[in-house]
Ligand binder design. Structure first.
Ligand SMILES: Cc1cc2nc3c(=O)[nH]c(=O)nc-3n(C[C@H](O)[C@H](O)[C@H](O)COP(=O)(O)O)c2cc1C
Length: 174
């Protein structure tokens, strides 16, 4: 599949079939995260894969929307503040940037495998830390449900749902 076609078929699925994600597919998705670039190659990420029903149920309490219960698998994507690259000049911590790249690698790899995902950042971070007894340096950045989608989204939606090139690109000057 051509890259732009893959990028267009990826969408945020908010309804999943009651079907497990195959281990082989899971490992391809995790490999996509592993090879992602990161600032100074620090790779400040950890991924907690949840499939066990009771843990999924507990994790769903960190997010207010019922649809998350349909996900057969959720990956808790965590960043490590002790290993992240921080820019000296202004102390900018690049954890969100690094995690975003690895998470998006996973969403695209999942899409290529006919699986769907949805970035979730509107979750209760403190509760998630408690559930998994995360050390202080580990911050859950996003939840990533993965599964076979039960909803359908138009892969040509971007024409209507995204800003135009003219609106976002500046050539040579602001
Ligand atoms: C950083 C980030 C956080 C997001 N958080 C949520 C969320 O908490 N809940 C949700 O339903 N969707 C969330 N989304 C999904 C966006 O709403 C979605 O990507 C956007 O509307 C574009 O739709 P598409 O992904 O189907 O192309 C998030 C996406 C990103 C990139």
């Amino acid at each position: 599949m051509k890259f732009l076609d893959l990028a267009k078929i990826r969408y945020s699925s908010r309804s999943y079939k009651d079907k497990a994600v195959e281990k082989e597919k899971l490992y391809k998705i995790l490999e996509a995260a592993r090879i992602a670039p990161s600032a100074a190659n620090r790779q400040p990420w950890h991924f907690i894969v949840i499939e066990e029903k009771n843990t999924l149920k507990e994790l769903c309490t960190t997010y207010q929307k019922d649809w998350l219960h349909s996900a057969p698998m959720i990956i808790v994507c965590c960043g490590d503040h002790d290993s992240v690259w921080i820019r000296n000049r202004d102390n900018k911590d690049h954890l969100d940037v690094d995690l975003s790249i690895s998470i998006d690698h996973m969403t695209l790899q999942a899409a290529e495998l006919d699986l769907a995902t949805c970035w979730i950042c509107l979750f209760d971070v403190e509760k998630t830390k408690q559930i998994f007894k995360l050390p202080d340096n580990i911050e859950p950045i996003a939840l990533l449900p993965i599964g076979y989608p039960a909803d359908i989204v138009d892969k040509n939606r971007h024409d209507a749902k995204r800003k135009t090139i003219e609106e976002i690109v500046h050539f040579e000057k602001w």
